[in-house]
Write a protein of this length. Structure first.
Lengths: 200, 288
């Protein structure tokens, strides 16, 4: 992945950035409940991150970029998509900075602005939630087939199919819950409440 | 012992043997697991893409349903455990969040009852001494690498065990007469769905875990999460292609090993459904 992205520039005008992006940084602080200033750049998060080798910016760098207000670079980064939510960074952080929560907030903002450099990861997440909305549960077979079709990899993992079916490890039909409306309401009502400004 | 049981989505598909072995074991031990009626998906790590309130409300519906039965909740999948436990803590610690969640769900949820992983239900609540007393086929000579992964032991405030060197599964292996090996990758992440959508990196992460287990001299790895199982078991062939290795390390749910040691038939536990054939190892150790 590292080769996919080229860092835009090594030179940034910190004072302009800081003023321009103050509201963005404040929003991230508000939404995530994490004060980015708590990070003192020790790098323990990056040392323990299982996906760091595949990232364009180390988790520590994302924190520094947030402190400096480098909004565009952060929201276009692959790192915020590659985070697998293993929580190792937060567990080990001497300042208890909840980095996974920051990554969530940044990814959400990137989605709102239409940035998703990791298209397949975005697609998988969308299909996952689509399945939950439709059936109340994840329909794994549908999720994988939908993912392969929409990502244009029609034959991906097809060799695993027969073994999966033979072992009944995959069901051909979704397990739909009877009270599916209740789950749809959770989708809709949380959206409404967030729109009203009642989010936390 | 009676619990509300939350199996989670994977346990009716790719993780079906985790469900089979958990239920067979519970029957054997007289632990009553009552499946939460009409439970819904916990949202896993993808609910966050839709906001924090949604990520709490989705799993909280299951907890509200269980609360009506006045029961603690037993959870199999590690990710589900994490999401359900996080939802309970969020509601328990904030009256404001509780009010919002009750409004979203249109149900009353007071976070009265705890959320437990199946490792805690069997290992801590049923108890190691009681486990030992039920063993009819001890796992003598079986060297097991206990793999905890991420979401049972992180973040610290939701963890069921030590975050860096957990021992609850090792202790169960010991109570079954087996040998839990010391190894380096107990709590390393398996990369979750990277093996599906970013497979080169995903296989790399899985490969490191398999290599560490092999280096420790373990005969097999035991897990407590359907995604860890899928990655270590089904993707082992992909890792072998990527690394030019020939790993054939059987992977077991800890409930399968418990069941085997207590004389439950492998077929009842679902062991024949694994991708890496555990037959030769089980026969060598006189366990099947």
């Amino acid at each position: 992945m590292g080769s996919k992205t080229v860092k835009k520039s090594n030179l940034v005008n910190i004072s302009t950035l800081f003023t321009e992006s103050r509201s963005f940084v404040a929003m991230v602080r508000q939404e995530s409940g994490v004060d980015e200033k708590d990070c003192y750049q020790c790098g323990k998060c990056s040392a323990g991150c299982p996906l760091a080798f595949d990232m364009d910016y180390m988790p520590r760098e994302i924190m520094r970029m947030l402190q400096l207000g480098m909004v565009d670079d952060i929201l276009h980064s692959h790192t915020i998509w590659l985070c697998s939510h293993c929580i190792t960074c937060y567990s080990r952080c001497p300042r208890s900075v909840d980095l996974p929560r920051i990554m969530d907030t940044l990814r959400l903002e990137a989605i709102k602005r239409g940035h998703a450099p990791e298209k397949q990861i975005k697609l998988f997440g969308d299909l996952f939630l689509w399945s939950v909305r439709q059936f109340g549960r994840v329909f794994e077979m549908g999720l994988i087939m939908g993912f392969n079709l929409k990502s244009g990899q029609f034959f991906k993992d097809i060799m695993l199919g027969p073994a999966m079916l033979l072992n009944r490890k995959i069901s051909l039909l979704p397990h739909k819950i009877a009270d599916g409306g209740a789950v749809k309401e959770i989708f809709d009502r949380t959206k409404e409440m967030e729109r009203e400004g009642g989010h936390s | 012992m009676k619990y509300a049981y939350y199996p989670g989505c994977s346990l009716s598909a790719t993780g079906v043997e985790f469900n089979m072995s958990t239920l067979a074991l519970a029957r054997k031990l007289g632990v009553e697991l009552r499946e939460i009626p009409q439970w819904n998906c916990c949202g896993a790590s993808y609910s966050h893409n839709r906001g924090h309130l949604f990520a709490i409300a989705l799993p909280a519906r299951n907890l509200a349903l269980a609360e009506r039965e006045k029961l603690e909740v037993a959870v199999s999948c590690a990710a589900c455990y994490n999401k359900l436990k996080a939802a309970r803590e969020a509601v328990k610690s904030s009256p404001e969040m509780k009010e919002k969640i009750n409004r979203v769900l249109n149900m009353e949820y007071n976070a009265t009852y705890d959320v437990l992983s199946s490792v805690e239900v069997f290992g801590k609540r049923y108890g190691l001494d009681n486990i030992s007393a039920r063993v009819t086929k001890p796992l003598t000579g079986l060297r097991v690498a206990s793999y905890y992964g991420c979401l049972l032991v992180r973040p610290p405030q939701l963890a069921m065990d030590d975050q860096e060197n957990p021992s609850s599964i090792d202790d169960i292996i010991g109570a079954l007469g087996g040998t839990a090996v010391d190894w380096s990758h107990k709590v390393e992440c398996c990369g979750a769905f990277h093996s599906t959508y970013n497979s080169k990196a995903g296989f790399h992460v899985i490969g490191d875990i398999l290599a560490a287990a092999a280096e420790s001299g373990a005969d097999c790895i035991t897990v407590a999460c359907p995604l860890c199982m899928l990655n270590l078991d089904m993707r082992q062939a992909n890792v072998n292609r990527q690394r030019k290795t020939k790993y054939k390390i059987p992977i077991f749910y800890f409930t399968e090993l418990m069941g085997l040691a207590m004389g439950i038939l492998p077929k009842e536990l679902g062991i024949q459904k694994h991708f890496v054939n555990p037959g030769p190892l089980l026969r060598a150790k006189a366990l099947a």
